[in-house]
Every structure is written in C-alpha cells, then in structure tokens.
Write a protein that binds this ligand. Sequence first.
Ligand code: THU
Length: 145
Amino acid sequence: MKEINMNETDIKKLAERALSAREKAYAPYSMFRVGAALLAKSGNIYEGCNIENAAYTPTNCAERTAFFKAVSEGECEFTAIAVAGGAQSAAVKDFCPPCGVCRQVMMEFCNPQEFQIILAQSRENYRIFTLEELLPMGFGPDHIA
Ligand code: THU
C-alpha cells in the first residue's frame, strides 16, 4: 500500500460517491453491485455503476462506466478512483478490487505511479493502492509510441 497524497476529506468524499453510485447498479444476474467515483484532474467527479446484460459478455464494470463517461465528456487526465462493491442484499463488507480489464483501461489514461485506487467499504474504511501496485509492468500507450 502506498502513501496517500490526496487529503483525507477528498478520499472520504470519493468513497461516499462510489457507495452512492453503487445504488444505481444494474446487476440482476450476479446480484453483485459495484459503484465507482472517478476524480479527474479538473476536479470533476464521474460516477459509474456496473451494467449487466442478459447475454452476459456485454456487461460493463462500474470503473469502466465511470472512465467512459468521463472520456466521452472530454476528460483525459485523472487523479484517483474509488470503488465499492458487494452482494446486493448486504452492505459492502469486503474490498472490491478492479478486474484486469478495468486496470488495463486505467493504464490507458493514468500514470501508473501516481493514479490512486481507493477500495472503499465505507466512508471511513478504505485501502489505497497505486495503479502500478495493482498492475505491475502494465502495457500502456508509451510502449507503442
Ligand atoms: N464488477 C465491477 O463492476 N467491477 C469490478 O472491478 C469487478 C466486477 C461487476 C461486473 C459484474 O456485473 C459483477 O461485478 C460481478 O462480476
């Protein structure tokens, strides 16, 4: 786990937004609801939830929903993302790490040594990792430049 370089109020606010985004999850198949809140360098926050599909594979994770919303609005630089996920029937009780596909999408837009991934169980209870910690030696835009 890396040293936190956002202030505690910002972290808690982002965690809260991820928990609130989770309420919008469309997850009738897995019943696993995930919310994400993505902080752009501009200061704007983009929320996302998982959106499942009867054909299963078109399912989109909460993190990617947040990224795609942001990028489609013209944001391409990001500071941090908070993620909160857990079974539908319960409050969030575990840390929900981003899947590999979402980590790769983060790699496209974020500096792996700086981008902070906040895994939130609640406003008070969270763990923070850099993208590099969760995706070591990630393949990114620099590799094909
Ligand atoms: N899910 C996310 O939204 N984010 C993750 O990082 C892990 C998985 C969603 C996808 C699917 O709708 C459900 O959680 C169960 O895998």
